[in-house]
Design a binder for this molecule. Structure first.
Ligand code: SAM
Length: 296
């Protein structure tokens, strides 16, 4: 990583969003209609100084921002849990989480011991997660590789130096990441993913169109949630215009792309969304893509 790019930990800037997502997953875990179980989410959020309900505690006493975010993040986490489980069942044994943050899937999903799981994020974010999960005695059956890197540049060589094999099919996850990247860094990241993907590779991710981003950032609930979370997503999201959407970029490279809204996934999971949560959640696209070819 060059020193020119700004770095952060979980207490500052974009890093704090990883803590917020963990707090929301803690709420989701404890909700009567929760769509995922993440027993490490509260531990991670609390270790970073956020108030999150420990396993078993009533979810409805949580900070409103995390409860609001959980309505969406529960849907997203559940969908991407399924994506990863399906990818591994299809024979993919190399998984890369880009902007892994405090995602605890390494230790909460059941991985075959043939799987190599790579997590790419800023060094201090990964150090924090590793320390908290190790202290908690969390274990994984996968080969777990931490790749400290800046996703705006140079991360592909760090990934390869940590054992990533571009000759093998990969399941990529781009969860809650692209909105923080400058337009050129987003384009470079997706081009790099394409260049590193063997036939049969898959990708899943979530993002919003420019138009939907404008709708969300002008919604009163967005500002109320930001204030409650003591986070300024307005300044952290990078809204530079993109030359093409991620799905167009992947499609141009030969990926078969499927786009659906988080709202549609919420309905499939039986989650009723009303009020601002319903209005805003539907605006995020949940995307999966496959590169044709047999897995090896
Ligand atoms: C909202 S969090 C999502 C984390 C995780 N994917 C999840 O859903 O729990 C965004 C993550 O992207 C990481 N991130 C954003 N920009 C990055 C960059 N340029 N280099 C490395 N990591 C970055 C942040 O550090 C943070 O952990």
């Amino acid at each position: 990583m060059t020193t020119q790019q700004q770095q952060w930990d979980v207490a500052t800037g974009v890093g704090r969003t990883a803590l917020g997502v963990a707090a929301a997953r803690a709420v989701e875990t404890n909700s009567p209609d929760g769509l995922i179980e993440d027993p490490y989410a509260a531990l991670l959020a609390q270790a970073g100084g956020l108030t999150a309900p420990p396993p078993g505690a009533p979810a409805d006493q949580a900070v409103p921002a995390w409860s609001f975010a959980a309505r969406f993040l529960g849907v997203r986490s559940r969908r991407f849990d399924e994506y990863l489980v399906e990818s591994v069942a299809a024979g993919i044994d190399q998984v890369v989480l880009l902007g892994a943050g405090l995602d605890a899937r390494a230790v909460r999903l059941d991985w075959p011991d043939t799987v190599h799981l790579f997590e790419v994020d800023q060094p201090k974010v990964l150090e924090f997660k590793h320390a908290v999960l190790t202290e908690a005695g969390a274990r994984t059956s996968a080969h777990w590789h931490f790749v400290p890197a800046d996703l705006r540049e140079g991360w592909a060589s760090a990934l390869r130096a940590n054992g990533f094999d571009p000759g093998r099919a990969t399941a990529w996850l781009v969860e809650g990441l692209l909105c923080y990247l400058p337009a050129q860094a987003e384009a470079d990241l997706l081009d790099t993913v394409c260049a590193l993907s063997a036939p049969g590779s898959r990708l899943a991710g979530d993002w919003m169109s420019e138009e939907n981003t404008k709708t969300v950032t002008s919604h009163p609930a967005f500002h109320a949630t930001n204030a409650d979370a003591k986070t300024d997503l307005d300044s952290l999201w990078n809204t530079e215009p993109r030359e093409m959407s991620p799905q167009e970029r992947l499609g141009a490279d030969g990926w078969q792309v499927s786009v659906d809204s988080a709202g549609a996934w919420a309905r499939r999971y039986g989650r009723e969304l009303s009020g601002p949560a319903g209005e805003l959640i539907g605006l995020t696209s949940i995307v999966t893509a496959t590169l044709p070819g047999g897995v090896r």
